[in-house]
Design a protein around this ligand. Structure first.
Ligand SMILES: [Zn+2]
Length: 61
């Protein structure tokens, strides 16, 4: 199931919605910010088919 999750862009601080597939387990995605179009790494922790943690980091670290 895809669950929408709001995270804050590490570059500009604007909220961006990502859709997390809770059946897929832990995931690392690359998302593009809707506001400033920067690419960010998104680390997602899933446990028991619910989202435990979503963390956005600047690309290139
Ligand atoms: Zn941004």
């Amino acid at each position: 199931m895809e669950t929408p999750h709001i995270l804050l862009c590490p570059y500009c601080g604007q909220p961006t919605t990502v859709f997390v597939d809770t059946w897929a387990g832990n995931q690392d995605l690359t998302e593009e910010c809707n506001a400033c179009c920067s690419a960010m790494f998104v680390h997602i922790k899933v446990s028991e088919y619910s989202v435990q943690e979503v963390r956005a980091e600047m690309e290139g670290r």
